[in-house]
Design a protein around this ligand. Structure first.
Ligand code: PFF
Length: 463
């Protein structure tokens, strides 16, 4: 059985071409992982959930759950070599005798569409902030003025809708042209440049006199503040920030050459992603404390803090412009990943061009995004369950769909796929393989289900 499967896997070829090198793949996955999640979302949810304890739980989730899920996704993608829906159907049939696994791919396609619908709105804010920075409005402005500026901006639905439209247009454009060409170049330049600018900002925070307070907030855990709801948010964010649980990495894995190490790639990507998130938080919280801002400020946190720091630096308008350009780039390379499962599925299923797929799916996402555009202004009082439309789409995708996707993906790779298949993809049955297997079979699925049931209160109800 092993032989016949190995032969099918070897013969199977990607329908969309391959990454030009191992580095290209690492860059693409890093580009997808590093995005608004690291710089916009991580600091604000860490602030809302009390800091230290939340950050530690998040780090555990990244290593113990994020790593094995990412490795499982890449290996499934490479073995199937199709869009996530078709890959799960094919491997489900081959390894487990059921095509129903395709529904896991289907849920990923939907999750990607839903996430991008609001992601694009926030990415639009960063585009707007590029122009605002360049115009010099932040130079010398006080924290209050900058806060008022942000509120006025998001309160104007037309401006927010316009920037959302612009960002979706840019994303559709790249996705329509095919992923590799532009993307490789963009990421190769963007990730290092982003790190350099974060270090410049870190220099500011270090000298602000409130660095210690920021570090204490981030790393001194007070577990009494932690609720199961925040644990689920930390877990959901581990999925969101690593782009896992929805087939994006699976879709990228489908274009990965046979001889590239999945283990090494995953470690590199997870490390880069985590370092950037921590850096962002280390920059932001000292500024929060220096200007007496609220750590639990919510989605506006980055936009309320960084311009204050830039406004006080010499050459601040310049640095600020570059920073928001880079952040928009980071969002852009992530948005491409969010659309890829849906686009690959559309192309393969309906035998249409990438351009048509990008436009049809892009317009659908744009329309859905209007709900999030209005969540910050016209419909800000229209709240239910977790809050506004934006809050609910975010909660449903990050904290429910992605972790559930992760359970199915690890159960499939760890329990349904035969050992020979996974060992072949992960380069043998050494220590790394055994570690992956324990995490994928037990720790990840059980951990996710436990947190999940605890957070929604079902576990207590059952016991
Ligand atoms: N990982 C991205 C971020 O942190 O901004 C968000 C994301 C991109 C999630 C792509 C999922 C995805 F497929």
């Amino acid at each position: 059985m092993q032989n016949s499967q190995a032969t099918t896997a070897e013969k199977r070829t990607s329908l969309h071409g391959f990454w030009s090198s191992r580095m290209a793949f690492i860059l693409a996955v890093t580009g997808s992982a590093v995005g608004l999640g690291n710089i916009w979302k991580f600091p604000y949810i860490a602030g809302e959930n009390g800091g230290g304890a939340f950050v530690i739980v998040y780090l555990f989730c990244v290593v113990l759950i994020g790593m094995p899920v990412m490795m499982s996704e890449i290996l499934i993608g490479r073995r199937g070599r199709r869009n996530p829906v078709a890959t799960m159907a094919l491997l489900g049939q081959e390894e487990g005798g059921s095509r129903n696994w395709q529904w896991v791919g289907g849920m990923g396609v939907i999750a990607g569409i839903l996430i991008l619908s609001y992601y694009s709105v926030i990415a639009g804010w960063t585009l707007a902030y590029v122009f605002k920075s360049a115009s010099g409005v932040f130079s010398g402005a006080s924290a209050d003025e900058i806060g008022a500026h942000f509120s006025a901006f998001v309160g104007n639905w037309k401006l927010v809708a316009f920037s959302h439209t612009l960002f979706m247009g840019l994303t559709i454009f790249v996705v329509a042209r095919g992923v590799e060409r532009g993307l490789e170049q963009a990421v190769r330049f963007m990730v290092p440049a982003l790190i350099v600018l974060m270090l410049v900002l870190l220099g500011y925070s270090l000298t602000s006199g409130h660095f210690g307070e920021g570090v204490a907030f981030l790393f001194m855990p007070d577990f009494s503040k932690l609720t199961w709801d925040s644990v689920l948010i930390a877990l959901g964010h581990a999925f969101f920030t690593l782009s896992i649980g929805m087939g994006a990495i699976m879709a990228y894995g489908a274009y990965l050459p046979e001889d590239t190490s999945i283990n090494g790639t995953s470690v590199a990507v997870v490390t880069a992603d985590t370092v950037i998130a921590i850096l962002a938080a280390l920059v932001i919280f000292p500024i929060v404390f220096e200007f007496g801002l609220n750590p639990a400020d919510g989605p506006g946190l980055v936009f309320d803090t960084l311009p204050v720091a830039f406004g006080q630096m010499t050459g601040g308008a310049f640095f600020s412009t570059i920073f928001f350009v880079l952040l928009a780039f980071a969002a852009w390379t992530s948005a491409i990943g969010l659309m890829e499962p849906a686009v690959a599925w559309y192309v393969e299923n309906f035998h249409r061009t990438r351009a048509e797929a990008a436009i049809v799916i892009g317009v659908l996402i744009w329309l859905l995004g209007i709900g999030s555009v209005l969540s910050f202004n016209v419909l800000s009082d229209f709240t239910f369950y977790r809050g506004t439309i934006f809050d609910n789409v975010d909660y449903l995708t990050s904290n429910i769909m992605l972790p559930l996707g992760g359970v199915f993906i690890t159960v499939f790779a760890g329990w349904v796929m035969c050992r020979n298949s996974t060992a072949e993809e992960l380069g043998g049955t050494g220590t790394a393989y055994m570690l992956w297997r324990i995490l994928a079979r037990f720790v990840a699925p059980v951990g996710i289900m436990f947190v999940f049931l605890k957070a929604v209160g079902l576990l207590d109800w059952l016991m």
